[in-house]
Unconditional design. Structure first.
Length: 259
């Protein structure tokens, strides 16, 4: 039968062995990445959201590299990424920072693009998009709530109540036949007269469009219109001729005597 001391020793050796195995696996993974050939790509962001040197870079969730550095350039942050050379990064790729709220290890993720796009050479810049984080969403929610509070203020409620009351009074007046619209809705005779007038107007317009009647012929028959225009021009020319050859007083006397 094993003594308690022996059991403790076995437990300690087991724990130490697991720690050593984990450390060796972790180091082997990183050493393997060091010996792989990489291309470097850059992306600019307004906030790093916790991304640090050594953070992983993924392509739609698949590990393809690591973050080489995070530095400030002007009013933006530059994140340089070392990506396995065998992974083609194409035009149209977009980089986003994925926050890890559980372990606090944010990383960079690239999207997939059609394979027909040309491959970007090493050293190219990829478009970076800042996704709102939890703190940004809290600030926006607080701003939205403040706007909602102003919207439902006492003055707004009072004005809305007044507008609804006026609308209700207007509808009641229309139901009772008050005002032009009210009489139109409630007075059947007025409604019928309006309906008949509309019908007559439609009939008249139909005749005009078909060229029926004097007005219709004048609108639709171009020859009649030209004849009237020519007759008017001749009459004007004749009157002007009389005015030219006759004294002003005599012409006026003849003109007035004819009426």
């Amino acid at each position: 039968m094993h003594s308690p001391t022996s059991a403790k020793k076995v437990g300690i050796f087991f724990i130490v062995g697991m720690v050593i195995l984990g450390a060796v696996t972790f180091r082997a993974e990183h050493l393997g990445r060091l010996f792989k050939k990489h291309n470097t790509y850059n992306a600019y962001f307004q906030s790093s959201k916790g991304v640090k040197k050594g953070a992983k870079v993924t392509l739609s969730g698949m590990d393809i590299g690591t973050v080489k550095k995070v530095v400030v350039e002007g009013d933006r942050l530059l994140i340089a990424m070392a990506i396995e050379k065998k992974i083609p990064i194409r035009e149209g790729s977009v980089a986003t920072i994925i926050p890890d709220f559980l372990f606090g290890k944010s990383y960079v993720d690239l999207n997939l693009v059609p394979p027909t796009r040309p491959v970007l050479p090493s050293g190219s810049t990829i478009k970076g998009i800042d996704i709102p984080g939890l703190s940004d969403m809290v600030v926006r929610f607080d701003t939205a709530m403040s706007s909602l509070e102003r919207l439902v203020s006492e003055d707004f409620v009072h004005n809305l109540a007044g507008a609804l009351k006026r609308a209700n009074n207007l509808l009641e007046g229309m139901e009772q036949g008050k005002g032009t619209m009210g009489r139109l809705f409630t007075d059947e005779t007025l409604f019928n007269d309006l309906k008949e007038a509309t019908s007559n107007a439609n009939v008249l317009l139909g005749k005009v469009n078909r060229g029926e009647g004097t007005l219709g012929k004048l609108v639709t028959e171009e020859d009649l219109y030209k004849d009237i225009k020519r007759m008017t021009a001749n009459l004007t020319e004749t009157v002007n001729g009389f005015r030219t050859i006759m004294p002003h007083g005599a012409f006026s006397s003849i003109l007035y005597s004819s009426f």
